[in-house]
Design a protein around this ligand. Structure first.
Ligand SMILES: [Zn+2]
Length: 568
């Protein structure tokens, strides 16, 4: 009896506590959404049909007429016609600036599905060469040998035939290698006698001559010779990014390993009022000197505001699967038993750079795909965490492509997060296969992460896969490889709701923003999207085709498919 009284008293208190609170605070909303299917992604995964917004934040959520009192005569009412609403999606790993600049500067587009063969690429190069004076560079990006009819890397001979007098450099879609012609190799002084730089490979033919393929740090031998960016391109790229991102439902993106010019581009775009979605900028650390410079500036992760801020500091530990340069334990790559990949840092230098950056307040994120590289990074993280006595560090492994049970155990123990890449299984799943079935089993294991309590957020790694997060949400659920049609590690498939969690709540957590975004809850930023179908119940193959009808940031519409354009 006493217990029951207590419960009743608690219930009464709850009613007294919450009812007047809503009546008092939920008034004079700027915007009231009604008649929707609002998937809040809150802790209880509530679904409601109404939401009130004021001053850029969510005021209240509820059902039926519960929020009627929130409206005043000035409140804008939006009938959702039962459409599904989700929190704005978050992509924690992109290279959007690089991608946008490549498009805007008219580089040769060698990306699938724009091209399907080396023949098509060399034709485009020959076309370009015919319009340029000798000596002028021809640059392109996006080729993927696994999707080209010839199923091999582009060689210098391919490019020499198309462009004997103009230097050519075509970046691989992975960002971990490029193909140069003889004119380009000559300008860079790369010959048979040139040694591989540490952390890089100059690929050679049977006679020891460079083939034109430069992997990882070897790309640096040519990077400094490429034509500089046209003026204003960074700010134009920023504007391009905001429009494309809003169109596919992204309201927060992390742009990773960016240069100072690119950071200036974002700041200028913001000054001009062009910044429509939220950006975390992740500066690059390529050397200990970079880490020292970053520390000397006195700013760190989180500096900025809800629109534009600094994210984590980014380093690279190894190479890419496409370039076959990820650092693995034996056995090596299929067909190349001695190839165990490259490590870009000595363990001592990596730890030194990590310690300097983390000591200055930077969250760390380090690219590591092979298990040997992941172990090197985790050794370094463990030492830094201990040395600095860090509690809520949220250090991140970027990709963690080969995440074996041993790796996962360490991730869990150290509370290290994973910036995973759900769309990789579809777009570049064929690259996994070169590493053998045991490694395919542990490639990007989303389900295991959930079961083992490891927090994974999601990234497209644009331009490696397309910007639209719907490819990733779909691929996480089906795990079908584009080339073979096979389901890769079917036991790692996750539900739609779990996939959405990677793109919402977990993305917010990875960016230290879970109090601001990642779910639709009172007090959080009013970043949300309206989509054209009920993503929780549609046939799974439709997930990749989801269209965003409207995107809101801070309660303002930044994209509206019905008015077929962007609301200025
Ligand atoms: Zn990347």
């Amino acid at each position: 009896m006493k217990r029951r009284l207590k419960v009743t008293a608690l219930a009464l208190l709850t009613i007294l506590w919450f009812t007047p609170a809503i009546a008092q605070t939920c008034a004079d909303a700027d915007l009231l959404l009604r008649n929707g299917h609002i998937v809040t992604m809150d802790g209880a995964r509530s679904v409601v049909n109404a939401m009130a917004v004021r001053d850029g934040k969510i005021l209240a959520l509820g059902n039926g007429d519960a929020l009627a009192g929130c409206a005043s005569s000035r409140t804008q009412l939006l009938d959702l016609h039962r459409h599904t609403v989700l929190p704005g999606l978050i992509d924690v790993h992109t290279h959007v600036m690089e991608w946008a600049k490549s498009i805007l500067s008219g580089e040769i587009d060698a990306d699938y599905p724009a091209v399907h063969s080396i023949a098509e690429i060399t034709q485009a190069v020959a076309h370009r060469a015919a319009t340029l004076p000798p000596g002028q560079w021809i640059v392109g990006a996006g080729w993927d040998d696994s999707k080209l009819a010839e199923r091999r890397y582009i060689t210098r001979q391919d490019l020499d035939r198309a462009s004997p007098n103009n230097p050519v450099y075509l970046k691989h879609v992975s960002g971990h290698m490029g193909a140069a012609n003889s004119a380009a190799l000559k300008l860079a002084n790369i010959t048979k006698a040139t040694h591989d730089p540490g952390g890089g490979v100059i690929e050679r033919d049977a006679s020891g001559e460079p083939t034109g393929i430069l992997k990882d740090t070897a790309m640096g031998l040519i990077a400094g010779l490429l034509p500089g960016d046209p003026p204003d391109i960074n700010v134009r790229a920023a504007q391009f990014i905001f429009e494309k991102a809003a169109e596919v439902g992204l309201t927060t993106i992390h742009d990773i390993f960016i240069s100072s010019d690119e950071m200036r581009g974002y700041q200028e775009a913001r000054r001009r009022g062009w910044l429509k979605i939220r950006v975390q900028m992740s500066p690059r650390i390529g050397s200990i000197a970079d880490a020292e410079k970053l520390a000397e500036m006195g700013v760190h992760t989180g500096f900025g505001d809800d629109l534009l801020k600094f994210g984590a500091a980014k380093m690279f530990a190894d190479g890419g699967m496409g370039a076959r340069t990820i650092a693995i334990y034996p056995p090596g790559v299929i067909g190349e038993p001695n190839n165990l990949g490259v490590l870009r840092w000595t363990p001592a230098d990596m730890q030194k750079a990590h310690l300097i950056a983390a000591g200055a307040g930077w969250q760390l994120e380090t690219h590591a795909i092979g298990d040997r590289a992941i172990d090197e990074v985790l050794d370094s993280y463990a030492a830094v965490i201990q040395q600095l006595g860090l509690k809520d560090h949220r250090f991140r492994i970027v990709h963690a492509g080969i995440s074996t049970p041993a790796v996962q155990k360490r991730l869990r123990e150290l509370n290290v997060l994973v910036d995973g890449n759900p769309p990789f299984v579809y777009w570049i799943g064929s690259w996994f296969q070169k590493y053998g079935p045991e490694r395919v089993r542990w490639s990007y294991p989303a389900k295991s992460y959930i079961e083992n309590g490891i927090i994974e957020a999601a990234g497209s790694d644009v331009p490696v896969t397309p910007l639209s997060p719907w490819w990733g949400i779909w691929a996480a659920v089906v795990r079908r490889d584009l080339q073979s049609g096979q389901i890769l590690a079917p036991e790692e498939r996750i539900s739609v709701e779990q996939a959405l969690t990677l793109y919402t709540r977990n993305g917010a957590y990875a960016g230290f923003e879970e109090d601001r975004k990642g779910a639709l809850e009172p007090g959080k930023l009013a970043d949300f999207i309206v989509v054209d179908r009920d993503v929780l119940t549609v046939p799974v193959d439709e997930l990749k085709d989801v269209k965003v009808l409207q995107t809101f940031v801070s309660g303002q519409s930044v994209y509206d498919s019905l008015s077929a354009g962007h609301v200025q």
